[in-house]
Ligand binder design. Structure first.
Ligand SMILES: [Fe+2]
Length: 468
């Protein structure tokens, strides 16, 4: 299959980078696609429909309405903002799909790729062997960059960027979970960038004009990095863990074989599941009116995870449960749940959680199990309707006022987290009361942030206190 063939007619030569070795036709075509993405990305931001027909803030929010039942009709909640949605990633999903990574690379005539991975897991579960045998069969060279850790750091990215600048490759191939993908995506972006890749995380990703193509094999589902344009990386020297996004870091191809995830440790399945739920809820709780269909998609992801996580704790080898979990992960954060929402989500809980991961090494999912309920408790009274609807749709809470149902929903969410062995307080994470100010200060470096409520440094401190 020649993936990028429709774009071959364009001005190929104009997009080759100075000093970068001449690439073969199909790789050149990739850069033409990238240019299209860049143009389209800019266009999408600026199309009149994205600036016209906007509802005023009071029209967009639930303001004043006490008719908060999510109801049986999709017509009851229906405020669909204009949107532009595009996602260029090809997903190849299912059992025994991993060797197809080599077919896909061969289709674009890649001769050499940087293989990026973490620790021992891919050697134990046979994925390393599957990938390298397939690449060898197709005659594709694969210099390796192993040792990516969870909560990946910018040092590893810099190492990878130096490698691909010194010995150019045709593509970057992450084989692993979210940390490996995010490292590889940032290396891909850094390959053509003259400065330090940390610049992307400080607002300079808009300067990117291209990146190396990314062809990945996912071995742990959660973050949806396999289908989105986001990378999250830490910089311990600057005490920062943050993300950047760019149209150039959408993977071209992501292979997802859920059967290799059956050997994941239970804790990772739990934490990944909490992350997936958070990605759906952060759209539902963004203060926008939303629409029946879009909200129902979010509720369905949350409800499915509430069945799948307990099932996979009991029966980690249940393939069909693994497969639904894996696809829920991709759906929750591929951008489609933001469609039609005026505010496109409120990711404050992620930002609050990142400081816990950075300073105390808390796993991403665990940080969300603690911070999301605390965040919700802090502000639900200002606008209980989305929380009340959630309580009704997900937990069947039908009795009481909006405020009462909202709080009941938050409490049930916390007890679900506890039921799967997740922490819900800072205390359980062994973070002392004396540490709260330091964590709050770290998170407040990005303040104000948030859409449902714009959080100031004072708000952030109060939320961490609530989480204690
Ligand atoms: Fe996440």
């Amino acid at each position: 299959m020649i993936v990028y063939r429709p774009f071959l007619h364009d001005r190929k030569e104009a997009y080759l980078v100075e000093n970068y070795p001449k690439m073969l036709n199909d790789i050149e075509a990739f850069y033409i696609v990238q240019n299209r993405l860049l143009e389209f990305g800019k266009m999408a931001e600026n199309t009149p429909e994205n600036h016209g027909l906007k509802r005023t803030k009071s029209e967009r929010l639930y303001n004043g309405s006490r008719v908060s039942r999510h109801g049986s009709s999709f017509l009851e909640v229906a405020a669909v903002e204009n949107f532009t949605w595009w996602n260029p990633t090809i997903v190849i999903f299912g059992k025994n799909t991993i060797p197809q990574i080599a077919d896909q690379l061969a289709a674009v005539k890649a001769k050499s790729v940087l293989l990026v991975y973490g620790g021992k897991a891919i050697f134990k579960n046979g994925v390393y062997l599957q990938v390298t045998e397939a690449l060898t069969k197709k005659g594709i060279a694969f210099p390796e960059l192993g040792g990516v850790k969870s909560n990946p750091t910018i040092d590893k990215v810099r190492e990878g960027v130096a490698r691909v600048k010194a010995s150019p490759v045709d593509a970057v191939v992450p084989v692993g979970g979210g940390s490996v993908f995010d490292t590889a995506k940032t290396i891909a972006a850094g390959a053509f960038y003259k400065g330090d890749p940390w610049d992307f995380f400080e607002g300079k990703s808009s300067e990117l004009q291209r990146a190396l193509p990314i062809f990945g094999v996912l071995t742990a589902s959660a973050t949806a990095t396999e289908v989105n344009n986001i990378a999250v990386v830490s910089n311990p020297e600057k005490e920062a863990k943050t993300s950047f996004n760019s149209p150039f870091i959408f993977p071209c191809v992501s292979i997802v074989d859920p059967s290799v995830q059956t050997s994941l440790p239970e804790e990772q399945t739990v934490n990944g599941g909490i992350d997936i739920m958070a990605h759906a809820m952060e759209r539902l709780f963004d203060g926008a009116e939303g629409a029946g269909l879009m909200d129902a998609q979010g509720y369905a992801i949350v409800k499915s995870m509430m069945e799948l996580i307990p099932e996979l704790r009991m029966n980690p080898e249940n393939y069909d449960a693994r497969a639904q979990y894996a696809w829920a992960a991709s759906l929750a954060h591929n951008g489609s749940l933001s469609c039609g929402r005026g505010t496109k989500g409120d990711f404050s809980s992620h930002k609050l959680g990142h400081s816990l991961s950075l300073l105390f090494g808390v796993p991403h999912g665990a940080s969300l199990a603690v911070m999301m309920p605390a965040w919700a408790r802090y502000l639900y009274e200002s606008n209980p309707v989305p929380f009340a609807r959630f309580a009704e749709a997900v937990f069947g809470v039908e009795e009481g006022s909006d405020e009462e149902r909202a709080l009941e929903g938050i409490e049930r969410l916390e007890s679900f987290y506890r039921s799967i062995g997740a922490p819900t307080t800072l205390r359980e994470l062994k973070i002392g009361e004396a540490d709260i100010e330091r964590v709050a200060k770290n998170a407040a470096a990005f303040a104000p942030f948030g859409v449902f409520k714009s959080l100031t440094a004072d708000d952030i401190l109060e939320i961490y206190k609530l989480a204690y």
